[in-house]
Design a binder for this molecule. Structure first.
Ligand SMILES: [Zn+2]
Ligand SMILES: [Zn+2]
Length: 209
């Protein structure tokens, strides 16, 4: 799982996800982590803590936002049973997968983006540094990346910028996510190159990992 946004519970119910071991967090903004409390449900069935992989520099904020889960508050109800696993830009293993994190600027913070095999996921970034483009270029078949709207935004990549990123990385198939209400799905999707589509709730695709 990447991020637990406010819709996390509904998303998991709709997709019929019955077990969850690991969550990779991109950053600690509310729209990416405030579904955290619903991780409780997975412990009920697995009796195993869910590993929350949070960038080392985001851990203090993550702990503060969800302090009730990390401190002994004496609360007798069920808290999310999680274990915090800080990560750096060093690649790490999740079962059979190798996760390659990198950090990119996003306003006053930076966001973790992930490459897993020939798949990459990047949301909430302004731009990729040249060094990362050089490193990942030609290595990605499918990429999900944010594009908040047409035009400009101070902390987010917009459609033209994300399309340029896909091109710079030589991505074979791109999906735009984190799209705001200014984008009209069918009308604006028609303006995209054929290998780039707008993502939507429930979208499924296969990737080589
Ligand atoms: Zn966001
Ligand atoms: Zn954000």
């Amino acid at each position: 799982m990447i991020d637990t946004g406010p819709d996390f519970r509904m998303q998991m119910l709709r997709a019929g996800v019955r077990s969850l071991k690991d969550v990779l967090y991109t950053h600690t903004h509310a729209d990416h982590c405030h579904g955290f409390d619903d991780l409780r449900a997975f412990y009920f069935s697995s009796r195993e803590e869910v590993a929350c992989h949070v960038a080392e520099q985001h851990c203090p904020d993550f702990r503060q936002r969800f302090s009730y889960a990390f401190e002994d508050t004496g609360y007798l109800g069920t808290k999310p049973q999680v274990v915090l696993r800080p990560f750096t830009s060093k690649a790490f293993k999740l079962g059979a997968l190798t996760v390659e994190p990198a950090f990119v600027p996003h306003g006053h913070t930076e966001t973790a983006v992930f490459k897993i095999g020939r798949f990459a996921y990047a949301t909430d970034f302004k731009q990729f540094p040249d060094s990362l483009i050089h490193k990942w270029r030609g290595q990605i078949d499918t990429m999900v990346a944010s594009a908040i709207r047409f035009g400009q935004h101070p902390t987010h990549s917009c459609v033209d910028e994300t399309l340029a990123l896909f091109q710079a990385l030589a991505v074979k198939r791109g999906y735009l996510t984190h799209i705001a209400h200014e984008l009209r799905h069918a009308i604006d999707e028609a303006k995209l190159p054929p290998h780039v589509r707008m993502a939507y709730d429930g979208l499924e695709f296969e990737v080589d990992l």
